[in-house]
Design a protein around this ligand. Structure first.
Ligand code: SF4
Length: 318
């Protein structure tokens, strides 16, 4: 078994020197091996030229001693473990072994599960949550960039959620060719079936097939974060203003709209610097303190022919 920890996690449990990200409440681990899939954005894809010790832009040092790791994590103040796995031959057995070792903790298993029986096995072994990633939000790009169909993964999410209500998460990456309307419609479907959405910003990594694709602008990401937050707070598509397939504004806003910019996903998941360099602009804001420093201007444009106002995100300065 090759188990890696994110650099921040490894620092917090004392396996490595280095800074411990502020407010790190989830310990991030990755089961590593040769992946059978070929997602064009992934450092572990079959055709990737990356060296395999990173996921997105985060470096994951190998855990030297798993027994020692377990005792350190159990005596830490981590509230959750995120166990992500590469789809190598035999990964399921390793996930089940680790679930057994971490049985006293809340564990989110993030896995490209083949079917509902596999999801059932993780819950039976003690998983608190299971995340099955959609990653790519449009049917046409899903098949070419990730492989498989969006509908099949949605069907698996639906059946998993109906059996394990409130315990299913998915990941969606912004910036893989989807329109605003497509991704917002998808949030709506996922909310309807009670699946939590964790948002990521596409990050081009050297050595992957999409290394030359641009990241989404921070402004677009903020718009999509806000749309996700509003859908999950009970707003619906009528509260958004579209110009064609582009989200042009909001008819109303929730209280404290800036909370939309905090990292989304399983409880206590903050994924610090997963999408961004520590000295760059943060796409996902991982602490309340950083959120206070964030300045997003919400510009209100009053439409004289209508009683409602249109609210647009005007600029982002950090
Ligand atoms: S949302 Fe966070 S804790 Fe949950 S599976 Fe994704 S990365 Fe892990």
């Amino acid at each position: 078994m090759i188990l890696r920890a994110s650099a921040g996690t490894a620092a917090k449990i004392g396996f490595r020197n280095g800074p411990i990200p502020e407010g790190l409440k989830t310990a991030y681990f990755m089961l590593d091996g040769k992946c059978i899939f070929n997602c064009q954005y992934c450092t572990h894809a079959r055709s990737s030229l990356c060296n395999g010790n990173s996921l997105s832009r985060v470096v994951w040092p190998q855990v030297p001693d798993i027994e020692n790791l377990v005792s350190r994590v159990l005596s830490s103040d981590f509230k959750r473990i995120c166990l992500q796995t590469v789809s190598y031959k035999g990964y399921k057995k390793d996930v089940l072994t680790l679930l057994n070792l971490f049985k006293d903790m809340r564990v989110s298993v993030s896995v490209r599960a083949k079917n509902i029986r596999e999801v059932e096995e993780y819950f039976a072994a003690g998983a608190d949550r299971v995340s099955v990633s959609l990653d790519v939000a449009t049917p046409r790009q899903h098949t070419t960039i990730r492989g498989g169909t969006l509908q099949n993964t949605l069907d698996l999410l639906r059946s998993s959620s109906s059996q394990f209500s409130g315990k299913i998460t998915t990941h969606i990456i912004v910036g893989l060719g989807e329109t605003d309307r497509e991704i917002i419609n998808l949030f709506s479907k996922l909310k309807e079936i009670n699946v939590t959405t964790a948002l990521f910003a596409f990050t081009p990594i050297k050595g992957t097939a999409l290394q030359n694709r641009e990241r989404p602008s921070v402004l677009r990401y903020r718009k999509i974060q806000l749309a996700r937050y509003m859908i999950y707070s009970g707003y619906n598509l009528e509260d958004f203003i579209f110009d064609g397939n582009t989200l042009a504004g909001f008819k109303q806003l929730p209280k404290e709209p800036e909370r939309a910019f905090l990292t989304s996903g399983c409880p206590d998941c903050t994924r610090p610097f997963y999408n961004e360099k520590p000295n760059g602009v943060l796409y996902n804001i991982h602490t309340e303190r950083l959120l206070k420093d964030l300045k997003v201007s919400l510009k209100t444009m009053f439409n004289s022919t209508s009683e409602s106002s249109t609210i647009t995100l005007e600029e982002v300065t950090e």
